[in-house]
Design a binder for this molecule. Structure first.
Ligand SMILES: Nc1ccn([C@@H]2O[C@H](COP(=O)(O)OP(=O)(O)OP(=O)(O)O)[C@@H](O)[C@H]2O)c(=O)n1
Ligand SMILES: C[C@](O)(CO)[C@H](O)COP(=O)(O)O
Length: 223
């Protein structure tokens, strides 16, 4: 059985504003609904687990009613950090298979990328999507900084897809602030993580600027 664990338990501090960023409307539809639809379009049989702060779950139910949104999904409680939110969601993974952990605020992941990550994970057990760095990168050293070879780096996206038992075992480790994604948690057990090509439109909506990019992507039919 395959799962999509969609995390939307954050505070959205960098976005600011009253309404949490996962509920903001782009092209007339809340970000989070677009994200769930992407996984359902990939596989209508997939088990979707949505992680939301408990205080936002009633609002989400209302929003679903308002938008006649009926894609089946379970709801888990958000945690203090992304790590804790994923861990809460993993409690709903009860059968062997693959789990793709995806940021609720990445609605523009392509069907090809979702399929690529799940298919490769069936063989490799741990797969994450990445894209090239397109700008020059500098490393800060003391008071100064130096250029580093950008070809030696990749930018990491989601969905990060893992064998369910492996991921559950990884999330039994004690939390450290180094765990900024799921790959870092799995790697801490000494398990290698494989890279797959991501899609550049798969932005994480983090700041008000990203919302403008999201609207432009929709307007230009690039999505
Ligand atoms: N305690 C947390 C923190 C983050 N996330 C989720 O992890 C994803 C990536 O995090 P980010 O974009 O940083 O979201 P926020 O933590 O909400 O943003 P900020 O850091 O600006 O507060 C988001 O879908 C976010 O909801 C989560 O489920 N639980
Ligand atoms: C998981 C992630 O989106 C991969 O790029 C990223 O690490 C989330 O980081 P954030 O600090 O929660 O924004």
């Amino acid at each position: 059985m395959n799962y999509a664990l969609i995390v939307a338990g954050g505070k959205g501090l960098r976005m600011g504003g009253e309404l949490p960023k996962q509920f903001l409307s782009i092209g007339g539809k809340p970000v989070l609904m677009r994200t769930l639809e992407a996984f359902y379009a990939y596989n209508p049989e997939i088990h979707i687990i949505l992680v939301l702060p408990r205080s936002q779950q009633y609002y989400w139910a209302q929003l679903c009613e308002e938008h006649c949104f009926s894609l089946p999904h379970m709801v888990a409680d958000g945690g203090e950090t992304r790590f804790h939110s994923v861990k809460n969601g993993l409690a709903y993974v009860t059968t062997p298979g693959l789990v793709g952990v995806h940021d609720g605020v990445r609605p523009f992941v392509s069907q090809e990328v979702i399929a690529r990550c799940y298919e490769l994970a069936a063989e490799k057990k741990a797969v994450i999507p990445v894209v090239d760095v397109v700008e020059t990168v500098r490393h800060l050293e003391g008071e100064g900084s130096v250029t580093v070879g950008r070809d030696e780096y990749k930018l990491v996206q989601t969905p990060q897809v893992f064998d369910a038992d492996l991921l559950k075992q990884a999330y039994e480790q004690p939390y450290t602030s180094f765990f900024t994604d799921d790959a870092s948690v799995v790697e801490a057990m000494g398990v290698p993580v494989y890279l797959a090509a991501g899609n550049r439109e798969n932005i994480k909506i983090t700041t008000p600027f990203d919302l403008k990019i999201a609207a432009a992507l929709l307007d230009s039919c690039l999505i």
